[in-house]
Design a protein around this ligand. Structure first.
Ligand code: NGF
Length: 291
């Protein structure tokens, strides 16, 4: 698992006005992440990839294009979680055959599944997909809150190599880190990267790394080498930017900033709305001020 450590962009996808994948734009986003943001890996078809708004065929198309563009330049994690368990398995097998380094699956959401059902979901995926798996925990969007013991039960499976921990619960994060030193923990909230890094997470997965990857890497590396004052300064600038991005519309603004970097980031899938004219201007100002 050591080689899977590091910073991963939660990859954006470029869509055209009809909601179709824009292959050229997607390739440009990938290249920007590798060549400019300097990230260690890509987390493909996560929330930031608008995964829950697209078809199975589109998910496969994206896995395919990204792998083709990346080759073995950086690590690749395929988010395959879906409410339809057959789709999750099918996507897991598909990404594994393409050569993705690991799969990840969001906890099943919408219905109020109990932990037995959550465990059954992961077991079904693990039994049918020959790859390592990273649990994707994002309680604010899924409503699924797991405690230390429940993470421990999932971690008992040797193919479960870690968790993408997208929650502001630093007590639980510290307990997981302390209790499971051999599992990979990725921090999910970019605005809390320094705090998570101080707790010795193995890496992070974030949407804003698509544009702000270099600063994220600085924060992570400065924290690892104990240069906390310096890391705090970079987190401060980062959070100025993230605050402006969140105020303006998260994914739309990141795409608009990418466009100012000559990356064909396209639009967001409906029902996500487009930026207003003012929003476009604000994104341009962010690109000029921060990047
Ligand atoms: O976008 C969200 C939703 N979270 C991302 C990230 O955890 C999602 C986070 O970077 C992700 O990795 C994925 O695409 O699956 C935030 O956008 C960022 O910290 C700003 O709040 O919560």
């Amino acid at each position: 698992v050591i080689e899977m450590k590091g910073l991963y962009s939660a990859l954006m996808c470029s869509f055209d006005e009809q909601g179709q994948v824009n292959e050229q734009g997607l390739r440009e986003i990938v290249r920007h992440n590798i060549d400019v943001s300097k990230i260690d890996g890509l987390y493909v078809n996560g929330s930031t990839g608008e995964n829950f708004l697209i078809s199975t065929d589109q998910k496969k198309q994206i896995f395919d294009i990204v792998k083709d563009e990346v080759g073995s330049d950086v690590k690749l994690i395929a988010q395959i979680g879906a409410l339809n368990i057959d789709e999750a398995v099918e996507l897991g097998q598909f990404a594994t055959e393409l050569g993705y380094d690991a799969i990840s699956a969001v906890t099943p959401f919408y219905y109020k599944f109990d932990f037995e059902e959550v465990t059954d979901y992961y077991t079904t995926i693990l039994e049918n997909v020959d790859n390592d798996l990273i649990i994707y925990s994002i309680p604010a969007l899924t409503g699924v809150n797991m405690n230390l013991e429940q993470f421990g039960e999932l971690f008992e499976h040797e193919k479960v190599i870690g968790v993408k921990f997208t929650a502001p619960d630093f007590f639980l994060l510290e307990r997981i880190r302390h209790t499971f030193p051999d599992k990979l923990i990725y921090s999910g909230f970019d605005e809390m990267l320094l705090s998570a890094s101080v707790l010795n997470v193995d890496g992070a997965i974030g949407s804003t790394f698509n544009v702000n990857g270099q600063r994220a890497k600085q924060i992570f590396e400065l924290a690892q080498s104990g240069q906390i004052d310096e890391a705090r300064e970079v987190q401060k600038v980062t959070n100025d930017l993230i605050g402006e991005i969140l105020d303006n519309g998260l994914y739309q603004t990141i795409k608009e900033i990418l466009k100012h970097k000559d990356v064909g980031a396209g639009t967001c899938r409906k029902p996500m709305k487009s930026l207003t004219e003012d929003g476009v201007i604000r994104a341009k100002q962010m690109a000029e001020k921060y990047l």
